[in-house]
Design a protein around this ligand. Structure first.
Ligand code: FAD
Length: 251
């Protein structure tokens, strides 16, 4: 696959080559970039175009996630980047855009992997996976202890939602790492994200900010989470969450 992609790029000379920062994208693109040779920004969380300079502006967290760096590749072509899955929300098709789609032929034999799939073993999980959930209820340090996450589990089961968490809650041992959302956890883009007792630190927000609708429940009216929230409830989560669960159960 690497050689096939290199040849396609050499033949068609694109300005930009993008891939998802998935297991395949992360393995394939560095090999292609090194062979061409050109630069590659891995794991970007935002992309923009500087039309005047014909540059792709590639944003990614750096210095341990404390700052966001904008990387450009001014000399070599193509400009290559991998992008974290789910960081962009899905848009409706725009019929005014007239980009040309070129379908290329490729030699199937050359991309046949030497790996053979012997069996498929599904991961057994009793709850909804956060990467696939339409609704996520995420808890933070405001929940105070592990037992209080049960309150979120109850609300989640009423809504058919998955339960997520901040790194603070995971570090406290209140839930497991597979629930962590953010820069060093999962990136999600559900239709509804309910943030409970979460301050809205940048490292958390980068993992959920493209959610369609964000509801924040926090007792501090100045919490940064309200800056990205569609709806904000300033109040004590220990009152708001049970009330919400009770109301929804009655529906
Ligand atoms: C390199 C690096 C990577 C990181 N990666 C991640 C990551 O992937 N994901 C992540 O989440 N974080 C990550 N962090 C940590 C991040 O910086 C924050 O520390 C973390 O997100 C804070 O979690 P929190 O909002 O649960 O806790 P806090 O910031 O302590 O916020 C708790 C909130 O709960 C509210 N609250 C308290 N009691 C109540 C109540 N009774 N009712 C209502 N509200 C209440 C408070 O007002 C407060 O706003 C990372 C940090 C670094 C440096």
């Amino acid at each position: 696959l690497t050689q096939q992609l290199i040849e396609m790029i050499q033949q068609h000379r694109p300005e930009i080559v993008l891939a998802g920062a998935t297991a395949l994208g992360r393995a394939l693109t560095p090999r292609v970039a090194a062979a061409l040779p050109t630069g590659l920004s891995a794991d970007c969380i935002d992309l923009e175009i500087d039309a005047e300079k014909r540059l792709l502006l590639q944003t990614k967290p750096t210095f341990g996630g404390n700052i966001m760096a904008i990387i450009t590749c001014p000399k070599a072509r193509p400009q290559m980047a991998t992008v974290r899955p789910h960081v962009f929300s899905r848009h409706e098709p725009d019929s005014r855009r007239k980009g040309e789609i070129v379908k290329l032929d490729f030699n199937r034999e050359r991309i046949t992997s030497r790996t053979k799939l012997l069996d498929f073993v599904a991961e057994i999980t009793e709850t909804v996976r956060i990467e696939e959930a339409d609704v996520i209820i995420a808890g933070g340090r405001g929940l105070e202890k592990a037992e209080n996450f049960e309150m979120l589990d109850e609300l989640a089961s009423v809504m058919g939602a998955a339960v997520g968490a901040t790194r603070a809650a995971v570090d406290e041992g209140w839930t497991t790492y597979s629930h962590q959302i953010g820069q060093t956890g999962k990136t999600v883009c559900p239709r509804l994200y309910i943030a409970v007792g979460i301050s809205g630190a940048l490292q958390h927000v980068v993992g959920m900010q493209t959610s369609e609708c964000i509801v924040a429940i926090n007792e501090d009216p100045n919490a940064p989470i309200f800056e990205v929230a569609t709806y904000g409830i300033v109040g004590d989560l220990f009152q708001v969450v049970p009330l919400l669960t009770e109301k929804l159960k009655k529906r």
